[in-house]
Design a binder for this molecule. Structure first.
Ligand code: ZN
Length: 85
């Protein structure tokens, strides 16, 4: 895919992949805080969502510049299925 690269300041060739969230790091500050809040009686901090309204997931693309390997993320769009050809 050919688009603008802010680092090269010109249009360059980009490789496209689907965004996937990374692994949760269990020892990170936010994870430790969440574990502390959830401890004990009535520990759930936020209400759990039960009835989902959406039937699709927002999916975004990761673009990587082939010249400077600068990575940028395209805005998410609601799709049932996303495939990179
Ligand atoms: Zn670039």
């Amino acid at each position: 895919m050919r688009t603008y690269c802010p680092k090269c300041k010109t249009h360059t060739e980009f490789s496209v992949s689907i965004y996937k969230p990374g692994k949760r790091a269990g020892a990170k500050k936010g994870e430790r805080r969440q574990a502390r809040r959830k401890k004990g009686y009535g520990g759930q901090k936020f209400p759990e969502q039960h009835n989902q309204a959406k039937v699709t997931k927002k999916q975004s693309l990761m673009l990587k510049c082939k010249e400077c390997s600068y990575t940028l993320q395209r805005k998410g769009m609601r799709l049932k299925k996303l495939e990179v050809v």
